[in-house]
Write a protein that binds this ligand. Structure first.
Ligand code: SF4
Ligand code: SF4
Ligand code: FES
Length: 331
């Protein structure tokens, strides 16, 4: 695994999702969306991987390996990988003998092992569980370790880094934005347990369990146009992964924190216009929009704008209880 360095302009792969304009968002400040990753039109010089004897044609380097004697007779596979750093880069073709049953990460590893040992990519589990190997494959946000080569269309497979986050090097991006957002989420705050301990209905357990499947791959953050196309929105927007986290906590029957005002004022819940792109790319199939964002929006609207609900709360003095109040109510 190769890892972190400072921020850069992310590449802009072709064929990436083009969600619609967020309601209320500001003018885009990022570069226009070209048909190739940003910085590709003016490569910062050839980034010839170490140990290669290949040639560069039409701006893209190309490297070919003779089939290994033990290789399957399955033809070849070409990975078109973005190589570069925060100063710029280019797509480089690597053609290797094909091997059956491989995922894209396998081919990246073979490239590292044979022709480009300096190719940077982040991975850990190769089982779709650590969330490290996120990238854009043929322009679609996906996990490299869960994308089978034989399920992709014929021809070169383009592999580029996630566009929403600053480039570190090659396929590695700086995802620290997400950890900054995570640090702002008010923690679970249960009241002290009653005489029988904590008790929950199974339906409440199951509701939170869906959100806990998240592997923090940040593919949903990457595809969300509110920050993908508007860098400046990162200052006041949490993003779908964290709306799922907020939903998990807000819906927890034992929790006593009220995060609705924070979601409205600080975390930009209103900027999401429910395009569902986040849900479409989630490798854990979490229904982020239907099960997290929409219920959160309803709760925020109820608390801030519904006059009947407001009057009801005034009359009944109903609000989320503090931990002390919740404990006292349990006796
Ligand atoms: S639905 Fe998901 S991808 Fe679309 S704007 Fe909302 S958070 Fe972003
Ligand atoms: S919600 Fe899904 S897409 Fe988003 S970070 Fe978690 S696992 Fe990845
Ligand atoms: S390597 Fe862990 S999710 Fe791909």
């Amino acid at each position: 695994m190769t890892d972190a360095m400072p921020a850069a302009t992310p590449p802009q792969p072709s064929g990436s999702a083009e969600p619609s304009e967020p309601s209320g968002s500001a003018e885009p400040s990022g570069p226009p969306e070209p048909s190739e990753p940003a910085g590709l039109s003016e490569p910062s010089g050839p980034s010839e991987p170490a140990g290669l004897s290949g040639s560069a044609e039409d701006g893209d380097a190309e490297h070919t390996l003779e089939p290994a004697p033990e290789a399957d007779d399955e033809g070849s596979v070409t990975l078109r990988v973005w190589r570069g750093d925060q100063t710029g880069g280019e797509l480089v073709d690597y053609t290797l003998p094909a091997q059956s049953g491989e995922v894209v990460l396998d081919v990246v590893h073979r490239i590292q092992a044979t022709v480009a040992p300096d190719l940077a990519c982040r991975w850990n589990c190769k089982a779709g569980k650590c969330g490290s190997c996120s990238s854009e494959i043929n322009g679609k946000p996906r996990l490299m370790c869960m994308t089978r080569v034989d399920e992709l269309p014929e021809g070169p497979i383009t592999v580029t880094p996630m566009r929403t986050f600053p480039i570190v090097r090659d396929l590695v991006t700086d995802v620290s934005f997400n950890y900054e957002v995570a640090s702002r989420v008010p923690a679970f705050a249960p009241a002290p347990p009653g005489p029988e301990g904590y008790r929950m209905q199974q339906v409440d357990v199951a509701r939170g369990q869906e959100f806990r499947k998240c592997i923090e791959c940040f593919l949903c953050q990457n595809v969300c146009h509110v920050i993908r196309d508007h860098e400046e929105n990162k200052q006041h927007y949490a993003g779908p992964r964290f709306f799922a986290r907020y939903a998990e906590l807000e819906m927890h029957p034992l929790d006593t924190n009220d995060r609705r005002e924070l979601l409205r004022q600080r975390e930009g819940l209103g900027l999401c216009n429910i395009t569902k792109c986040c849900t479409e790319v989630c490798p854990e199939h979490i229904k982020i929009t239907d099960n997290a964002i929409i219920p959160l929006k309803e709760r925020v609207v109820d608390s801030s704008y519904d006059p009947v609900a407001w009057l009801g709360r005034k009359i009944l003095r109903r609000r989320k209880r503090s931990p002390g109040e919740a404990a006292a109510a349990r006796g």
